[in-house]
Design a protein. Structure first.
Length: 545
């Protein structure tokens, strides 16, 4: 029997039938895969919609006033905070008419001619364990969204968040608050008017009774705080009259009602430069790099549109600066010829083309050094001085050396403002014999093995005592022709009685506190030498040969 072939084909009829059967089997096997893929895609779509619904409702809850969150909790009939095993769902938010109809227990999603209803449940629970809604500082809020029917399996979506009472009040808009007249300058932060109006902006539909609180604080030293007067729910006026030019921080914070007694929102701050004098703004960021016998100063450029030049003042005591350089346009200066480890104090002014001078920059304490890698020892503490008769007795507490590889070496004593040390010691005290009724000023500094000096201590002034006396000294001798000489041993107050002879009893008067030597000679006998130390009362000395 011959083979039958289909006309125009390279396949036999049998081969073609087998191919059709195999294709049918494969297609039948792929049908469930297509169905499963369609169901998975539909399930993902439902979960995406549920997630978006939950996130949107959470954001609405976060925007509610704190008092409404508390009401949502207490109105639900919940009397204790929910636990993970026993959640407490609020029924207040299920109402579509509550809080401006923002909530409700369902959401209908439209897709072409079909729709899908999602079920929404809410939790509003106070944080802090046993705290009730009225006294809690935080609220744990959440939204759970699910659906019924296909596609399955159904996987509910829950989004949780925490709202803090601290800033649960009205939020300022992105603009925050405005100032009028509008500040000037290249950065829009220079206030040139004495009285300015401050206006805060919030969402009035969420917080219809919102009010704002403004504070203005000087960022300088020794400046006064400007007066701020409330002129309305969200406005205030600030009066800078009498306040010095300089940097100020303005803070605005919105409240759900009266400031201080209602729920606050997050504050916003803006820094401004007050320039009522029309002088350039204060020079900022004054700093230095140390070197041996020099310091390299630097600061930020002046933002004044009519800037002319800078003035640099220098001193060796805080507040004691005098003019060093009166005209420089660069934003840096190298000061040379300085003494290493001496504190130098600098301030910088900006001057405009009209000759107006800014307020002084912050004072800079700069210290030249040959060893900038070595940190200075700490300043000796508790420096004190007392008088002990004709001595100034100084004492202090130990310094420390931050660089342990160097180590503390000792202390220098400076007297009466001298630039070079008067004395040095490794002890924590020093006695200076200066005489009677003498006044001296002292400073102590620590130094380490690398030679770095600490800052100077506070100055201590000591005045020694009045020299006690006068006293009398009576010398009795058993030889009338003996000769006696009395000498004082105080180099600052030398004394010699001269030869005293011709009597067995000699009395010297007008002698003051101190050490005296009594030397008596007679014939060929060795001298009789006695020391009176100290003479602090009337004294009798007996001399026998």
């Amino acid at each position: 029997m011959g083979k039958f072939r289909a006309r125009g084909s390279g396949f036999t009829l049998i081969e073609l039938m087998i191919t059709v059967i195999i294709a049918g089997v494969v297609f039948a096997g792929m049908v469930p895969m297509f169905v499963n893929a369609e169901q998975a895609s539909s399930g993902n779509q439902m979960r995406n919609i549920a997630t978006n619904v939950a996130q949107g409702q959470v954001e609405k809850l976060r925007a509610l006033p704190w008092d409404q969150l508390v009401a949502a909790y207490t109105s639900s009939g919940v009397t204790a905070p929910a636990t993970a095993s026993s959640p407490s769902f609020t029924t207040t938010l299920d109402s579509s008419s509550w809080a401006g109809s923002q909530f409700g227990d369902s959401y209908t999603a439209q897709s072409g001619n079909s729709s899908k209803v999602f079920t929404i449940a809410y939790t509003v629970q106070p944080g802090g364990g046993a705290l009730t809604g009225a006294t809690a500082d935080t609220m744990n809020i959440g939204v759970t969204v699910t659906w019924t029917g296909k596609p399955t399996p159904i996987k509910p979506v829950t989004i949780m968040t925490i709202v803090s009472k601290q800033y649960a009040g009205p939020a300022l808009t992105s603009a925050g608050f405005t100032i009028s007249p509008t500040p000037s300058g290249p950065n829009g932060n220079i206030i040139t008017t004495a009285t300015d109006n401050l206006v805060a902006t919030v969402n009035p539909s969420t917080f219809p009774s919102a009010q704002a609180q403004f504070t203005v604080v000087s960022l300088g030293t020794g400046s006064v705080t400007p007066a701020v007067a409330s002129t309305g729910n969200l406005t205030a006026s600030v009066n800078f009259t009498g306040d010095p030019d300089g940097d100020y921080m303005i803070t605005s914070q919105a409240w759900s009602g009266a400031p201080g007694t209602s729920t606050p929102g997050a504050p916003q701050q803006r820094q401004f430069v007050l320039n009522l004098s029309n002088a350039p703004p204060q020079v900022t960021n004054l700093g230095y790099t140390p070197g041996s016998g020099r310091v390299v100063l630097s600061w930020s450029p002046s933002i004044a549109s009519d800037f002319s030049h800078y003035e640099i003042d220098r001193g060796t005591t805080p507040g004691g600066e005098t003019v060093l350089v009166s005209s420089i346009t660069a934003t840096g200066y190298t000061d040379t010829g300085l003494t290493n480890d001496q504190d130098y104090y600098y301030i910088v002014y900006a001057i405009d083309t009209a000759g107006n001078k800014s307020v002084a920059s912050a004072e800079l304490d700069a210290v030249p050094t040959v060893v900038p890698y070595d940190t200075r020892p700490t300043t000796p503490g508790g420096f004190a001085g007392v008088a002990n008769q004709n001595q100034a007795v100084l004492s202090w507490t130990a310094s420390s050396d931050p660089n342990q590889n160097m180590g503390l070496a000792g202390y220098y004593i400076y007297r009466d403002g001298a630039a070079v040390p008067y004395a040095q010691t490794s002890a924590l005290s020093f006695s200076d014999t200066v005489g009677w009724v003498a006044t001296h000023a002292y400073v102590v500094r620590a130094y380490d093995t690398a030679g770095r000096l600490s800052r100077r201590s506070a100055t201590v002034t000591v005045t020694t005592a009045v020299r006690p006396g006068p006293y009398t000294m009576t010398i009795t001798r058993n030889q009338q022709t003996a000769v006696t000489v009395v000498t004082g041993n105080d180099s600052m107050y030398p004394y010699s009685s001269g030869n005293q002879s011709g009597s067995t009893s000699i009395t010297l008067s007008g002698l003051y506190y101190g050490s005296y030597t009594v030397t008596t000679t007679f014939s060929a006998s060795p001298p009789n030498v006695q020391t009176v130390n100290p003479l602090n009362a009337n004294k009798t000395v007996t001399v026998n040969f």
